[in-house]
Ligand binder design. Structure first.
Ligand code: ASC
Length: 148
């Protein structure tokens, strides 16, 4: 069992560079992947809204589980916007101004890190502030890069 656990953790470490250079067999695979990531992220972020608004008594386990999923999803969509994956839902500036896109990705992940801290704190005001910052990050990136 111990050896199995070690093999699993080594396999996970080995998988990290693969994830960082996520490859997709077809452009459509990347498009479906990033759309799925956004859907899951939006779902779990949305479940935090009543806590952030103060409409629901804080349930630390539920909050932390949802924040953990938002955090995991926030790492994933970026590599799925590779060359040749343009669609009519995405502004070309994702590719022509990749520095700005990278900045938006970093902003989200920074704000999500603060949301993780807020989820640990159990403090409603901190949660509300951190939730609002993540929502603003989502919106800023969508305003810049998502076609309406
Ligand atoms: C969500 C969601 C988004 C963001 C954005 C924030 O819950 O699905 O795209 O928040 O609406 O302004």
């Amino acid at each position: 069992m111990k050896m199995f656990a070690r093999a699993v953790s080594l396999a996970c470490i080995a998988a990290v560079p693969v994830l960082a250079h996520a490859q997709f067999a077809k452009p459509q695979d990347a498009i479906r992947y990033r759309q799925a990531v956004m859907t899951v992220m939006g779902s779990h972020f949305g479940r935090l809204a009543p806590y952030a608004r103060g409409d629901k008594p804080l349930d630390a386990a539920d909050i932390q589980a949802n924040v953990a999923l938002v955090s995991a999803m926030a790492k994933l969509p970026w590599n799925a916007f590779g060359p040749g994956t343009q669609t009519d839902k995405v502004e070309d500036s994702i590719w022509s101004d990749s520095a700005k896109f990278k900045q938006a990705a970093d902003r989200l992940q920074g704000d999500v890190a603060k949301l993780e801290a807020a989820a640990q704190s159990g403090d409603q005001a901190q949660l509300r502030t951190a939730y609002g910052a993540v929502a603003a990050s989502c919106k800023a990136c969508h305003d810049s890069f998502r076609k309406r």
